[in-house]
Design a protein around this ligand. Structure first.
Ligand SMILES: C[S@@+](CC[C@H](N)C(=O)[O-])C[C@H]1O[C@@H](n2cnc3c(N)ncnc32)[C@H](O)[C@@H]1O
Length: 371
């Protein structure tokens, strides 16, 4: 979207903005872009911890990290942990045999590994979204993070992105690929990805980035952080448009971010509902009210706003026209244009194949305040 109309819309409004609020930050692509390319102080929020971690890893840091010694020590500590697993030899053997044995056998061997409580992500997802080898590395890296805050922040963001790139699922983590004739080859292809190597390449991407001004990422609702807006702030809103909660699609990344998972169930291996954030924006009965309340807060704070939303009818019950009508109650519409976007439901972390083309409304709104 940044290359498809949104970048221009932001560019025009950014010149006058002191700060930028990205209230539904998701993959944090927009927060990073504004902090890095436009040097603005960015405040970001999301209900999901993993999004907050991704945002923080760049917007809260004003210096690049050139040193890589910490990565070697981190990997060494994690290697110590994986190799201490009782079945480490079986786990490694299975990893090297993945493309040599039938997928059903690989899956059944993978699911017979006993991970115990020290490897919570592996216990929940090993043999499903990840091979046992990948899963053990995720747990080991998660449990031996560097202590320095800036290194921990970059390391954890890199681990979340690497987990996203390895997850054996189509586009998001609502369900893993099944070990059958149709999806089996995708499962094996994903399970063969070298997770620790991907963590390193993600670090090489994230560590040199930095914000022009130090910002802050918050794990909280958009309506709560909106109360911190000031006159002249530019607020970017890319709210959920799905009638199903995002936490259902991104629970694996959330578990990696938290480093713990409770009991899981169902074909998607979902954690308990009480552990998955729910959003008023994703429910038919509350989405309109939530949006209206948010716009009312931002209008009261005299912020300027850019909204992106599917032009047609979305599954949370709202359409682009509804959003435009709501916006007109609170703001002056400076520009309304329709562009196209690839969507995975919002997180832009991976899997082109699962994305769909859709028309996207980009609304630029200005405060009615007179200065
Ligand atoms: C359409 S996605 C945002 C995508 C983002 N712009 C990107 O580039 O990846 C919507 C995001 O809103 C988050 N979300 C849902 N309800 C929320 C709420 N009430 N407050 C803050 N974030 C919320 C979801 O977790 C999801 O990450």
């Amino acid at each position: 979207m940044l290359g498809n109309g949104l970048g221009e819309a932001l560019g025009r409004s950014l010149a006058e903005a002191e700060r930028v609020l990205d209230l539904f930050t998701g993959s944090a692509a927009v927060a990073w872009y504004v902090a890095e390319q436009h040097g603005k102080e960015v405040l970001a929020s999301d209900l999901q911890t993993y999004s907050t971690i991704l945002a923080a890893s760049v917007i809260e840091r004003t210096k690049p990290i050139a040193d890589r010694d910490w990565v070697e020590s981190w990997m060494r500590r994690a290697r110590g942990r994986v190799s201490a697993h009782r079945q480490w030899r079986d786990i490694k053997e299975l990893q090297t045999s993945l493309d040599k044995i039938p997928v059903s056998e690989a899956a059944s061997n993978a699911r017979s590994i006993d991970f115990g409580t020290k490897f919570p992500v592996s216990k929940a997802y090993g043999g499903y979204y990840f091979s046992p080898w990948q899963a053990a590395w995720i747990d080991a890296l998660r449990a031996s993070m560097p202590e320095a805050e800036d290194l921990k922040s970059v390391g954890l963001a890199a681990l979340i992105q690497a987990a996203s790139r390895c997850a054996a699922s189509p586009g998001h983590t609502a369900q893993p690929f099944k070990p059958n004739d149709t999806a089996g080859r995708f499962l094996i292809e994903a399970w063969q990805r070298d997770l620790p190597a991907i963590v390193r390449t993600r670090i090489d991407d994230i560590a040199p980035r930095k914000a022009g001004k130090k910002g802050r990422a918050y794990c909280m609702s958009a309506n709560e952080l909106a109360e911190a807006a000031r006159p002249g702030d530019l607020v970017f809103l890319d709210p959920p448009y799905s009638g199903v909660h995002y936490s259902r699609f991104y629970h694996v990344l959330e578990s990696v971010a938290r480093g713990e998972v409770g009991e899981v169930s169902g074909s998607g291996r979902y954690p308990e509902k009480s552990e998955r954030p729910i959003s008023d924006f994703s429910m038919l009965t509350t989405s309109r009210r939530a949006f209206d309340d948010l716009l009312a807060i931002l209008a009261r704070k005299h912020a300027n706003v850019i909204i992106t939303f599917p032009a047609g009818k979305a599954s949370n019950g709202l359409s682009g026209d509804d959003v435009k009508a709501l916006a007109t109650d609170h703001f002056r519409i400076e520009e309304a244009k329709v562009s196209s976007r690839f969507s995975t439901l919002g997180g832009d972390l991976k899997h082109r194949a699962a994305r769909q083309d859709a028309d996207e409304l980009i609304l630029t709104l200005s405060t009615r305040a007179l200065y």
